[in-house]
Design a protein around this ligand. Structure first.
Ligand code: UDP
Length: 240
């Protein structure tokens, strides 16, 4: 059954841009991710993209090594801007029009985040890539994604990861781990299931935005999941 969504927000962890050779931003891998996004666009969806920065810098990890947390988080947010530019570059190389909007204004690099302007870009058929998360330290790009999904009135948040959904235990460690087809927000929060940060899940719950967790590393999977055919877990309200 095709998904009942028109406008979606795609959250990509920075790690999905990494290649086997250890490059933080691997051009080939980034081009493949861009072609997945372009296919989704060609299917008629309006697309917002939020990219993380974990492939380059994570504030919390740096803070554990002695960095001041807020400074480290700002560095992390700057890393997301690099990733956003890399995704923009790869999309424009295949003829897809995009705009990058950053929550931290940097006028010579990209647009500042302006919700109404982002709306106009979507109306014109452009993909809008949101960078720098929420613009505030002590948050993550998961929460930034949930926030932008709510602001942009997205019908769903698609979380592209390296597993094919939400499990009741870590599938890499527990062979009998069971994948959920659907699960409700409260169970995710109560059992601390690794979907997104609790603040991101709560924001989606409060705004009734379904979270679709799927494997973005598998070629063609985004399009399949968008067509309602791929393997994924959908996090929604109780009873759908
Ligand atoms: N970050 C932040 N505020 C935000 C979003 C991100 O301070 O609103 C920082 C934080 O240090 C985080 C880093 O940017 O570790 C990279 O983002 P994230 O870890 O969410 O990236 P991902 O895991 O999705 O690659």
């Amino acid at each position: 059954m095709p998904q009942p969504y028109r406008r979606i927000l795609l959250k990509l962890s920075g790690e999905v841009l990494m290649g086997p050779g250890g490059l933080s931003i691997d051009p080939e891998v980034t081009a493949r991710v861009a072609s997945e996004i372009a296919n989704a666009k060609a299917m008629g969806f309006e697309l917002c993209v939020v990219v993380g920065g974990g492939n380059i810098f994570r504030g919390i990890a740096a803070a554990a090594k002695g960095f001041e947390r807020a400074t480290a988080d700002y560095m992390g947010m700057l890393a997301t801007v690099m990733n956003a530019l890399a995704v923009q570059n790869a999309l424009e190389a295949i003829g897809v029009e995009t705009r990058v909007q950053s929550a931290i204004p940097m006028a010579s690099v990209c647009e500042p985040y302006i919700r109404r302007r982002a709306e106009r870009h979507l109306e014109k058929g452009r993909i809008v890539i949101f960078a720098a998360g929420t613009g505030n330290p002590f948050f993550t790009t998961d929460t930034g994604a949930a926030l932008r999904a709510a602001e942009m009135k997205c019908d769903a948040l698609f979380k592209g990861t390296s597993v094919d959904g939400v499990y009741d235990a870590d599938p890499k460690k527990v062979a009998s781990a069971k994948r959920y087809d659907t699960i409700d927000y409260s169970t995710v929060l109560a059992n601390d299931l690794k979907v997104m940060d609790a603040s991101a899940v709560a924001l989606c719950r409060d705004n009734n935005i379904p979270i679709v967790v799927f494997n973005i590393r598998e070629q063609g999977n985004l399009a399949r999941v968008l067509a309602g055919e791929g393997v994924a877990t959908i996090v929604t309200r109780e009873n759908g």
